[in-house]
Every structure is written in C-alpha cells, then in structure tokens.
Design a binder for this molecule. Sequence first.
Ligand code: NAD
Ligand code: 6OD
Length: 486
Amino acid sequence: MTKIDHFIAGEFAPPDSGDYFPNVDPATGDSIGEIAEGNGVDVDRAVQAAQKAFRGPWSEMSTGDRLDALKRVAHGIRARFDEFLDAEMRDTGKPRAFASKVDIPRGAANFEFFATIARAVEDQSYQTDTRDGRGAINYTTRQPLGVVGVISPWNLPLLLLTWKVAPALAAGNCVVVKPSEETPSTASLLAEVFNTAGIPAGVFNVVHGLGPNAAGEALTRHPDVAAITFTGETRTGSAIMEACAPHIKDISFELGGKNASIVFADADFDAAVAGTARSTFSNTGQVCLCSERVYVERPIYERFVDALASRAESLTIGDPFDDATEMGPLISETHRQKVLAAYEKARDEGATVVTGGGVPELDDPFANGAYVEPTIWTDLDDDATVMREEIFGPVCHIRPFDTEEEVLALANDSRYGLCAAVWTEKLRRAHRVAHQIEAGLVWINSWFLRDLRTPFGGVKLSGIGREGGRHSLDFYSETKTICVKL
Ligand code: NAD
Ligand code: 6OD
C-alpha cells in the first residue's frame, strides 16, 4: 500500500487533517494506496513555502541556471521512465501502448521544451519621436508572477500537470500543484525528481486532495496565489473563476469539448477511418480533444459507419499492462456510471446503437474494472442531450451531411469550441472549412499532432487563454514596458 503525502518545502509531509482517502486501480477496482486529504492549512503551508523560494533562491539563480535545472528534471523523468509509466498505468488504467508513447515522454519533453524556448522568446523594442527631437526607446521585459496555482485533471496526469508547471517555472515562478484526486502518483514521483535535480526547496509543492471545499478551492481562494492555471471540466472552471474574482487572479483555463470530425467523400477513406478511430477511442475517449460528433458526407456514410464499427469491435480491451491491449478502463466506477448513463440516455433519445453500448465481459481481476464498450450511435437528433454534452468516454455519433455549408453549421452548433478534425483531399476546401470552424485548433487529415510552439486552447465554453510556446510564457509572466528618454 503506497501512502501518498503532500510535498511542501522540499519534503513529503502528512496532511494537517491526518486523513487519507483510497487510491483505486480502475482496471481492477482494488485499492492500491492512500492519498493525503489536503485542506486550507496544507495549502497555506505550501503557498508560504513557494513564496519563500520565490523571494529567495529561485529568483537569485541566474536564468541559465534555472533553465538548466529544469532540463535536469526532464532527464530525471527519463531516468525513471518505467516507474513513472507503472504509476501512471496503475492510477489511470491506461494501456502501456498509450502511456509509454504519450504520457511519460511528453512529461519529460515539456520540461526540455520550455527550458529551451524560454531562452528564445524575444521582447519588444520601439523607437518613438519626441518633441525635442532626441527620441525615446520603449522596450518590454518579462517578470514572473510569483506563486502560481496549478490544478490538473486525471486524463493525462503527468502530461497536463507538467504542461503548466514547466513554463510556470521557466518563467521564474514557484508553483503549488493540486493534482487530480484520482491520479496522485506521478506528481509525487515528480517531487522526488525535483529534489534529485537540485531544485531549491519550495519551488515545486504538491498538495493532494479534493476540489470543492477542500485543497483545490483553498488554492483558488488563497490571496498570495497570483494566478491559477486549470485543466478540467467547464463547470469546475466556472467555480474557479468565481473563486479567483475577489483577488483578480490571472486565469488560464483548458476546459471541456464536444469536438466534431468532418469526413468529406473525397477523403483518403482508410486514413479517415483510422484517424477517427484514434480520435474517438484513444485513452478510452478520455482526451479533451476526442471526437464525439462525426459528420460524414452522404456518399460514403454507410461504408464509413461499417468501417468504424469494425475498428471499434476489433479493439483489444483488457489488462493495461498487456502490450496487446488497446483500450483500458475509464478512470473510475463513478465515471463509468456517468458514461453508462449517457449510453442509456442515447437509447432513450432514439439512437441506433451500431456497436457497443454496454460493458465488456472480462475475466478476473478485470471483471470489477471500470470498463465500457467502445460505442457508435447513429440517427440521433442534432439537439439530443448526448449530442450537446461532453461524455468523455469511447463513444461517437455519426451523422450524414450533404453540403459543406450544412456541415459547418452542424459543427459550429455547439457551446464548446476546443478542436475539430477535417478529412479531405481538397486543398482549398480543407483551408476554407478550417477557417470557418469555431474552435481553437483544427486538424486537417490528422489528429493530436501538434508543434508545442503553437498556441493551444479553446473558444466558447472550452476555455480562456492560450498556452504553448511563447503563449505559455506570456501567461506566466507580467510584461512590463520601460520607456527611456534619450
Ligand atoms: P474536474 O474539473 O472534475 O477536475 C479537475 C481538477 O479540478 C481536479 O484536480 C479537481 O480536484 C479540481 N477541482 C474540482 N473542483 C474544484 C473547485 N471547485 N476548485 C478547485 N479545484 C477543483 O475535471 P476532471 O474530471 O479531472 O477532467 C475531465 C475534464 O477535463 C473533462 O471535461 C475534459 O474535457 C477536461 N479536460 C480539458 C482539457 C483541455 O485541454 N481543454 C484537457 C484535459 C481535460
Ligand atoms: O498536448 C497538450 O499540450 C495538451 N494540452 C493536450 C490536452 C489534452 C486534453 O485532454
């Protein structure tokens, strides 16, 4: 049984409450450890430690030394790759094939990338005329914000936590992190790596626990936390926004999605099927970028539905630790109940269930895991509840369309706007459609592919702000203008 404590001022520390709650392996339903239940006292200790490090050793280090230290964190994750992989798989039930290629490599890459790019981001400089003819030079500098609160979800735990911690630290801030209560383990391993990388105590702090009326909320309300960067559900984003209002904290939110994939009849059919299978079923559909609404041009609609259903039915579901497994469980029994409720609601709303819709039969110990079948629906009305609300499971609805204008209206008829995928071989159409889709990110003939220098974020209910490359550094810094009269 692993006991997971907070990490404050460079040391693992038990919770003020003395309370722990169970960490459950979603693949088996077994309890695999205990997690510290953080409260406001823990958060306050962590914020004070972060402030002390910010005012002292972290700010006193040269930028070069700070960034070198972050590169050592990247090396430290790679050196303990298998431990990170094992911990992430146990907490989430992710198949090895996914976590070893996506989660852990990106956890390390995030530190390497931001430690490199922080050196490459330029400031601005302008010359201005003055009445006396001597002129003035205006230039900008970046300064860290202070203590940044990072609140992260369970679907890509290490990836999404480091996606925010790395740029926050590269910009010179110190952080207090509240990982998801479902997935605490890799944050604790990361804390060990920070110590061995020689990063000063208090630069990176972790407080575990729940969100509302607990550690998460306490972090958002703490007066000495300058900014909150959050990834998670839209409703949680709303609550956090309210909590941040009294102190006018900076916020950056990556929230939910109800993403559309559009497949035109001229698309490379096999690539579109394979790509849509990935964008629907990867990580058991628990990626904010997953496609839950698929629109297929009528001439290829039936063939596409059959091909995607065959792909869904051929997925190997089961033991995350088996190299052959392609789909693991959902994150928890609670989430499984939510996804199964959506499966039932879709039937009530008139869906034709092309495949799936239930729970797969698995042998022990996986019979008690939070598994669901990959599922495809057709024939739902555009305004059915399950067409409008994010499900966050391995499921999509496929609907035929006849014209580009029609499909654009359908794709944009959502309160969310995170991303979309467009499958077509027609160059001008691809760009035309991409420009008109209301989303922060549009893939053409691909999915999940992205240069980390590009901005990432959503429109509408899918988020506020952009992170990625210089956009992250913009968020984690205050830009100051200095005007020098010559
Ligand atoms: P969640 O909102 O339930 O929880 C996320 C984090 O917020 C957890 O650490 C939780 O403890 C904390 N939290 C919850 N309530 C809080 C409160 N009132 N104050 C402070 N903290 C609070 O999200 P989840 O279930 O962990 O993740 C799934 C959701 O995240 C999905 O909606 C998914 O689309 C979204 N997501 C979005 C992106 C993106 O980049 N847009 C990425 C990943 C996940
Ligand atoms: O790849 C990323 O940087 C990123 N933020 C991915 C988000 C995935 C959501 O589940």
